[in-house]
Write a protein that binds this ligand. Structure first.
Ligand SMILES: Nc1ncnc2c1ncn2[C@@H]1O[C@H](COP(=O)(O)OP(=O)(O)OP(=O)(O)O)[C@@H](O)[C@H]1O
Ligand SMILES: [Mg+2]
Length: 364
C-alpha cells in the first residue's frame, strides 16, 4: 500500500493578490518517480503554485502533503529548508565565490568530506561537467552554469523537485540532451517532479502527466496522449498546435458547414458550435476541371481553397489556404515536401474522426 501514497499532494490551494485569484483551487497528486508538467500561458499562476509548495509563498487556503504527511496548511507550516524539496528555477544563480564542487555540495549536510566529494563527482559526471569540478561559475557558459545548478539541486536527493522553466536558457540541441539526462537522474532517484513550462513540446517530451492551467485553474489533467487527443475545449486544442475553427449552428443534432454536416449529439437546436481541427488532419486534393472529390458519407464534402503560401518546415510543409466559402485562412500541414505555388486551386476535406465539436464560448 506504500506505493499508493503520493509523494506530493496539494489540495485546494488558493492565493489572491490584490483581490484577484491567481491560484484558484488547484489540486494535484504526484507519485514517486513521476513527472507532472504544469503547462499554461504566461501569468496563469504556475510559478505562484510552485512557490507555495516550496514554502516561499504562503497560500490563503489549502493543504500541502508530502508522503502522506501534512507539511503546510493555514495554521501549520514546515519551513522551506526542512521540506526536502529541490528547486531549479530559470534564474537560479550559482554562488559566484564558490567553486563548482562547493556549489554542488552546498545542500549536502551531515556527510563526510569523502562522501560529499563522491556525490559531487557522480553528479558532475552525469551532467558532463566533471572537468570543471575545481573551476568557478564565471568560467562557465550559461548552459554549463545551468547544468551545475541542476547538479546542485539534485545533490541532496530531494523527495520532490520543483522546476520552473529550467531549460529555457539552453539552445535546442543542448536542451534535448540535458532534459533527457535530467529525467534519467530524477527517475533513478524516485523523485516526484513538478515541472513548469509554457512549451507544449517540452511537456509532451517530459511528462507522465500534463496539468493544463489557465487563469489560476487546472482545466485538464492526464497523460500527454489523452490531453492531446481529447482536449476539453478549443483553447486546449490551440495550446498544442495551430487549430482551424469552423463556426456553425446546430439543427437536429447536426452542424452544417462548407465541409458537410458534422454530428453534434445532444446539442440543442440553434446552439453555435466550433468545429476544431488541427492542420495535419486536412486532406488535400487537386482541382480536376473545376471540381474536387465527390462528397461521401464518411469524408463529407470538399471545399475549394486557393494557396496563399507554402513553407517548408523540416519534417513537414505548412500550406495556408484562403477558403472560397468565407475568405478565411485555413492551415494545413503535409509530411515532407509539398510546396504548391500561391494561387493554386485545391480542394480540402477534413478528417472527421479527428475533429472536435465544442459549444461556442463567445457565440454571435
Ligand atoms: N507577489 C505578487 N504580488 C502581486 N501579484 C503577483 C505576485 N506574484 C505573482 N503575481 C501575479 O500573479 C499572476 C500569476 O503569476 P505567476 O508568476 O504565477 O505566473 P506564471 O504562470 O508563472 O507566468 P510565466 O509563464 O509568465 O512565468 C501574475 O499576473 C502576476 O503578476
Ligand atoms: Mg512563471
Amino acid at each position: 500500500m506504500q506505493d499508493q501514497t503520493p509523494r506530493l499532494e496539494i489540495k485546494h490551494l488558493r492565493r489572491s493578490f490584490n483581490g484577484r485569484a491567481v491560484v484558484d483551487d488547484v489540486s494535484l497528486r504526484i507519485m514517486p518517480g513521476q513527472v507532472t508538467c504544469l503547462l499554461g500561458p504566461s501569468g496563469c499562476g504556475k510559478s505562484t503554485t510552485l512557490r507555495m509548495i516550496a514554502g516561499v509563498e504562503m497560500q490563503d487556503s489549502g493543504e500541502i502533503w508530502v508522503d502522506g504527511r501534512l507539511i503546510c496548511d493555514t495554521v501549520f507550516r514546515i519551513p522551506p529548508e526542512r521540506r526536502e524539496i529541490g528547486l531549479m528555477f530559470q534564474d537560479f544563480a550559482l554562488f559566484p565565490h564558490l567553486s563548482v564542487a562547493d556549489n554542488v555540495a552546498f545542500g549536502l549536510k551531515g556527510m563526510s568530506r569523502a562522501d560529499k566529494r563522491a556525490r559531487v563527482t557522480e553528479l558532475l559526471e552525469r551532467v558532463d561537467l566533471l572537468r570543471f569540478i575545481d573551476g568557478y561559475p564565471h568560467q562557465l557558459s550559461g548552459g554549463e552554469q545551468q547544468r551545475v545548478a541542476l547538479a546542485r539541486a539534485l545533490a541532496p536527493r530531494p523527495r520532490i523537485m520543483l522546476m520552473d522553466e529550467p531549460f529555457s536558457g539552453l539552445d535546442n540541441r543542448l536542451r534535448d540532451g540535458i532534459r533527457d539526462e535530467t529525467l534519467n537522474i530524477l527517475k533513478d532517484e524516485d523523485t516526484a517532479v513538478l515541472l513548469v513550462t509554457h512549451e507544449p513540446d517540452e511537456a509532451m517530451r517530459m511528462a507522465d502527466e500534463i496539468a493544463l492551467m489557465r487563469d489560476g485553474k487546472i482545466v485538464q489533467q492526464g497523460a500527454p496522449y489523452n490531453v492531446y487527443t481529447r482536449p476539453v475545449d478549443r483553447a486546449a486544442v490551440a495550446f498544442f498546435s495551430d487549430a482551424n475553427v469552423l463556426r456553425a449552428t446546430v439543427t437536429g443534432a447536426l452542424a452544417q458547414t462548407p465541409f458537410g454536416r458534422f454530428l453534434a449529439p445532444g446539442v440543442p437546436d440553434g446552439t453555435q458550435v466550433d468545429i476544431v481541427f488541427r492542420p495535419q488532419h486536412v486532406r488535400i486534393d487537386f482541382d480536376r476541371a473545376g471540381a474536387g472529390p465527390k462528397p461521401t458519407a464518411s469524408d463529407g464534402t470538399a471545399a475549394r481553397g486557393v494557396v496563399q503560401r507554402a513553407r517548408f518546415m523540416g519534417n513537414e510543409s505548412l500550406v495556408e489556404f484562403v477558403m472560397d466559402y468565407d475568405g478565411s485562412t485555413l492551415k494545413v500541414t503535409v509530411p515532407n515536401v509539398f510546396l504548391p505555388k500561391s494561387g493554386t486551386v485545391m480542394w480540402l476535406t477534413i478528417r472527421r474522426d479527428k475533429c472536435f465539436v465544442f459549444t461556442a464560448k463567445d457565440p454571435h
